[in-house]
Design a protein around this ligand. Structure first.
Ligand code: HEC
Ligand code: HEC
Ligand code: HEC
Ligand code: HEC
Ligand code: HEC
Length: 488
């Protein structure tokens, strides 16, 4: 006891201690983080590194024109260049640094993150592969997932394995994985083919469509879990069956719980983001690329049509002592395979607008009417979530939010009832009620803040023709009218 250790032993011990990886981000006392297993933490991607390189989409296009044209209009192809993303990434970089923005890049441009090419916000000097976001060679190089090994033991933050190819005694070979049984000529001499069951399951999408706080592992976006715990998963109707088919195909999958035919699958990845595709179409037109602008406007139309077919409304009167006292509005999620809305529920806005008028057209009651400054009145019935930081204060930024003070969205094939009190003045015999279920990508102020934060090398006016942020377009998902007698 108390004996001094030889100096070299002390030095060896100090060296050994300094080699133990230090948890750079130690915000998660609840979950174990294996930094050796996840070298890109807080991104949970793993990369089977070999001399086989990633291939940009313009090369795949040579032999797969159809898939390329479908994908190029999708939000996946803009996942990194998206100015709204770049604005938030820039804010994250300033607030917490590149250590944490790796998490974002891991889902918005996986290849650019693992190769170390992307070092922060902005597009300048990046290769086609990095700029291409969620491109062909991301999905078709995914060889497995580590959903059970993640800190939360759920799919999250890019928990997949990228294996673009292998090196063996015949040299370096690219291997692309998909739904087809390999046959001679598969890959056209450019790549080997490997049949992959994973590509026919929702787990392929899960790793990226479960966005968790970078270190507290709180689920900020949980589209996959919403789907998994709902009726579509029970009937094996996958993300692919609604998002990798055209609009008619999606409605068929949703209504009949029936799988599309093999030959119906397309690479549209069409969702709800009509704003981004509209902005991108404007940029393509400005750059003189009319064909690309057309592809993007088709995606725009599809996103609007998808939103218009996702929900439904029922309006009914409630009488008390013979007088009309309340209007009940039932909001139904009829065709979204997950909650409505899903994903960025603390940013997206889906709300009810209601107006009740008397016989002369005079407004007796209204709620949810957008104000002149573009914001919603406080008492609007909105289906969303409110993020909360560690100090229990309201927060929007994903690196701050570690819980929700409210999470109010509608489950797949589920509904929520909303009651509006009504007091018709004496003499009024009937009221005409109009109810709208409305949707937009974000609150006006939030959109202005994000677009105001884009890195300097993305010139909104030059590229997108945006001198300022215009009023955000609103889609009316459902509009219903009814006339009710004030007495019964
Ligand atoms: C696990 C994968 C993943 C991670 C990590 C991730 N995102 Fe995303 N992000 C997504 C997905 C999926 C969407 C689309 C959700 C939707 O459309 O509602 C998205 C959407 C967004 C949008 C909205 C874009 C638009 O045009 O409306 C912004 C902004 C954004 N992410 C920023 C970030 C930032 C900043 C980070 C890091 C702090 C980050 N994301 C980390 C997957 C991820
Ligand atoms: C987000 C992931 C994802 C991206 C990005 C993606 N694919 Fe696919 N791809 C899939 C899935 C899933 C299937 C299987 C669809 C099915 O069930 O038939 C598939 C199928 C395929 C097939 C088999 C034939 C077919 O069309 O079904 C080819 C070829 C293909 N993809 C090429 C491409 C090319 C080229 C790109 C880029 C332009 C691309 N993929 C981008 C996920 C992706
Ligand atoms: C030189 C032409 C050529 C190039 C370049 C090429 N492919 Fe292929 N690929 C083929 C052919 C041919 C098939 C077989 C198609 C079939 O049977 O329908 C194929 C099949 C596939 C399949 C289906 C594999 C399976 O087992 O399900 C995928 C996925 C795929 N390619 C992805 C890609 C991606 C991603 C790129 C770019 C990184 C790419 N291909 C580049 C020619 C090519
Ligand atoms: C490598 C990560 C990654 C994978 C794998 C992935 N996605 Fe995505 N996906 C994203 C990101 C990031 C966005 C949002 C990009 C943005 O808004 O800037 C997105 C957007 C989308 C959207 C558009 C959302 C909207 O608001 O319009 C749909 C639909 C979608 N993904 C479906 C799928 C499906 C289906 C699969 C599986 C076949 C899949 N994704 C696999 C990362 C991924
Ligand atoms: C039964 C059809 C169906 C299935 C299955 C389905 N979706 Fe959707 N998805 C929709 C509809 C309809 C919308 C538009 C309404 C909404 O935003 O919820 C949508 C919207 C989205 C959006 C955009 C959200 C936004 O606010 O911009 C993303 C991302 C998405 N889905 C991803 C997925 C993923 C990932 C899966 C699988 C885990 C999946 N979807 C399964 C029908 C489906």
């Amino acid at each position: 006891m108390g004996r001094k250790l030889p100096i070299y032993v002390t030095l060896m011990m100090m060296l050994a201690l300094s080699l133990v990886p230090k948890p750079a981000l130690a915000g998660s006392p609840v979950f174990n983080v294996d930094l050796e297993f996840y070298p890109y933490y807080p991104s949970l991607i793993k990369w089977d590194k070999s001399p086989a390189e990633f291939t940009p989409p313009s090369v795949c296009k040579n032999c797969h024109v159809k898939q390329y044209k479908e994908w190029t209009g999708s939000v996946h192809s803009f996942a990194f260049r998206d100015p709204v993303y770049q604005g938030e990434l820039n804010k994250a970089n300033k607030a917490v640094g590149h250590e944490i923005t790796r998490q974002c890049e891991g889902c918005h441009s996986p290849a650019g993150m693992v190769t170390g090419e992307i070092k922060g916000p902005g597009n300048t000097g990046l290769s086609e592969m990095a700029l291409a976001g969620v491109s062909c060679d991301i999905c078709h190089s995914i060889s497995g997932v580590t959903h059970w090994q993640t800190p939360s033991h759920e799919p999250e933050n890019g928990s997949f394995i990228l294996s673009p190819g292998i090196e063996n005694k015949e040299g370096v070979q690219l291997v692309k994985r998909g739904p087809i049984k390999p046959h001679s000529g598969c890959g056209g001499g450019f790549h080997e083919c490997a049949e992959s069951g994973l590509h026919l399951r929702a787990e392929l999408c899960a790793s990226c469509h479960q966005v968790y706080h970078h270190d507290a592992h709180f689920p900020l976006e949980a589209t996959y879990n919403e789907w998994k715990h709902g009726p579509y998963a029970q009937k094996n109707i996958l993300c692919q069956d609604c998002h990798m088919v055209d609009i008619e195909g999606f409605k068929h999958s949703a209504d009949q719980f029936a799988k599309p035919d093999r030959k119906e699958y397309r690479h549209y990845f069409n969702g709800a983001n009509y704003l981004l595709t509209y902005l991108a179409a404007g940029a393509a037109k400005k750059a003189g690329d009319d064909e690309q602008a057309k592809i993007l406007m088709k995606q725009y139309d599809m996103a609007v049509e998808r939103l218009k077919s996702a929900g439904d409304l029922e309006i009914s009167p409630e009488y008390q002592n013979g007088r009309l006292a309340e209007v009940k509005v039932r909001v139904k999620n009829v065709r979204a395979g997950h909650n409505l809305p899903t994903s960025l529920t603390n940013v997206r806005q889906m709300w009810l607008e209601i107006t009740a008028k008397d016989e002369s057209g005079k407004i007796i009651m209204s709620s949810g009417v957008v104000k002149a400054d573009g914001t919603l009145p406080d008492n609007s019935r909105i289906f969303n979530s409110d993020g909360m930081g560690e100090n229990f204060h309201f927060a929007v930024d994903p690196w701050v939010i570690t819980s929700f003070s409210k999470h109010d969205t509608i489950k797949p094939k589920g509904y929520k009832d909303v009651f509006y009190g009504i007091a018709a003045p004496g003499g009024v015999k009937s009221l005409s009620i109009e109810v709208k279920l409305r949707y937009r990508q974000a609150d006006q102020k939030v959109a202005e803040e994000l677009l105001g934060a884009v890195p300097k090398d993305i010139e909104l006016e030059k590229v997108y023709g945006l001198a300022s942020v215009p009023p955000l377009p609103v889609v009316d998902m459902v509009v219903k009218q009814s006339v009710f007698a004030t007495e019964r």
